[in-house]
Design a protein. Sequence first.
Length: 157
Amino acid sequence: MVPNVTIRLATPADVPAMSAVLTSSITELCAADHGGDARAIAAWTANKSQDGVATMLANPGLQIYVAERDSVIVAVGAVITDGHVGLNYVTPAARFSGISTAMLARLEIALLALGHSEGRLEATLTARRFYESRGWQSDGPQAGGRVVNGYPMRKTL
């Protein structure tokens, strides 16, 4: 585990910080995917507003987790009860600190607890190598997404 980091289920009180993490991660870390295009960023982050995050948190088909380092939320992850990783974002200041890896491990445990022996996700170009280095494998050609093209991946858990 990463020192001084706790991963736990998100609560409504976490919504403002979660929104900030998601938006900054997409805006600052995913340039390979959005190319700095303001419209693409706006579309991708549209449901990452506080209202959008609150709606996600209320969805019974999602389990949303936060990672806290020194009592500050630095990552947001989620699993969809159908067996997919739905979110795994880290704040730019926490990138390459092991927090994304710890979050992914927690999400994989959540998928197992939901009864899935295999996980699925759609990786961004930015995150594709991250997932590959953690045992995830390509699961088909690049897919055109609503906002950003993704790379379907799977992993036996």
